[in-house]
Design a protein around this ligand. Structure first.
Ligand SMILES: [Zn+2]
Length: 80
């Protein structure tokens, strides 16, 4: 026989299951190598790569990404 209390318990169990699922999803994200260290000079920031294809390289394109681009540009000018 189903009582309202039994239904409430079942719903509470479902809610817990959802929480556990998102927690394991979070762990999977960590395991997928999406935690990266920025290779920028004097940076070494740890960031989470949230790009769809996991190709992000810099902690921020506006700072480290740009600095590297400028440095390579300068090196090319010096060489040529
Ligand atoms: Zn950086």
């Amino acid at each position: 026989m189903r009582t309202p209390a039994a239904r409430a318990r079942r719903q509470a169990g479902l809610a817990r299951g959802t929480l556990a699922h998102s927690a394991s999803e979070c762990l999977l994200t960590l395991e997928a190598g999406r935690i990266k260290a920025c290779p920028g000079e004097r940076c070494g920031w740890i960031f989470l790569d949230e790009s769809p294809n996991n190709r992000r390289r810099w902690c921020s394109m506006a700072t480290c990404g740009n600095r590297d681009k400028a440095r390579r540009h300068y090196a090319r000018r010096k060489a040529g």
